[in-house]
Design a protein around this ligand. Structure first.
Ligand SMILES: [Mn+2]
Length: 296
């Protein structure tokens, strides 16, 4: 077990995390994995009388994460759900991952971390976390410990039996929530059409598109789809849900509503495409209602 005082030190000065060496990171990963092993791929969280915060992509933006943390300290929601894409791209990737995992270990019943499309080896090799990690920890670093953590992360969370939270969107495989209900872990290396893996893959990658009926191929790559309001409606009806909160796309205001308020897209890393390009936002759930909050 990693000492609480060490986790608190990381929360206080996360920029120092890689100075402590990989052994310390490894002990954090181990403790976090023990917690994720207890969670299913679908989380069910109930907080009818208090707030739930939902946080979008961070992509190594430590400043945004620290601002969010200050707001959490002040407002004290019952649960905080991160929608994934903690790493890649930004300057403080291992710092953000270490910070978020420290939150989880210190308060496991308050903080929940879902998997994003960047919580995979392929994306980390393409967008920098793999190289950044190896540069910082050299020979002693073992990236497989990061990958095994990814495979334990939940895919979605249902808040108050009403709001589905996930990174990307609705998959073509409408049975997916029934199929993954009792699963605790899933490697995402193989995704033939119609499989559970393909369904999860699309939940991490798909994007909403106004005016579209059904699904259509996305420019993002093979197997990735846009989904329209009609299929979102079918999915919500099937599982008796009211709305979706997702991340995965940046908007200047930090958020965007789709499909007459049935889907909210949020992004929690500010200045993602350079200074002034976007503000960061998060979602606040109160019962079955969703509000957007700006971080700065
Ligand atoms: Mn993403």
């Amino acid at each position: 077990m990693v000492e609480k005082s060490f986790l608190q030190k990381i929360m206080k000065s996360p920029e120092r995390i890689s100075q402590f060496g990989f052994n310390k990171i490894s002990s954090i990963l181990k403790d976090a994995k023990a917690l994720f092993e207890e969670e299913s791929l679908i989380l069910n969280l109930y907080a009818p009388d208090s707030d739930v915060f939902v946080i979008g992509d961070l992509h190594g933006n430590l400043e945004s994460l620290q601002r969010i943390h200050a707001i959490i300290q002040e407002k004290n929601p019952k649960y905080v759900v991160f929608l994934g894409d903690i790493v890649d791209r930004g300057s403080y990737q291992i710092e953000c991952l270490g910070f978020v995992l420290s939150l989880k270990i210190l308060e496991p019943d308050k903080y929940f971390i879902l998997r994003g499309n960047h919580e995979t080896l392929q994306m980390n090799k393409y967008y920098g976390f793999y190289q950044d990690f190896n540069m910082r920890f050299g020979q002693e670093g073992d990236f497989t410990e990061i990958l095994s953590l990814y495979n334990l992360l939940p895919i979605c969370a249902i808040i108050n039996d009403s709001t589905l939270c996930l990174h990307g969107g609705i998959p073509e495989n409408m049975e997916i929530l029934d199929q993954i209900h009792d699963l605790k872990q899933k490697e995402l290396n193989y995704n033939p059409s119609g499989s559970v893996e393909e369904g999860i893959f699309q939940m991490l990658w798909n994007d909403p598109k106004e005016g579209l009926s059904g699904f259509m191929n996305s420019f993002r790559g093979e197997g990735i789809k846009f989904f329209g309001g009609d299929v979102l409606g079918k999915f919500l009806d099937k599982y008796e849900l009211k709305s979706v909160i997702r991340a995965h796309e940046v908007f200047p205001a930090g958020y965007k509503w789709f499909f007459e308020g049935r889907l909210l897209s949020i992004f929690s890393s500010s200045n993602y495409r350079g200074q002034g390009s976007n503000v960061a936002a998060y979602a606040r759930i109160e019962g079955d209602k969703i509000f957007t909050e700006i971080i700065e």
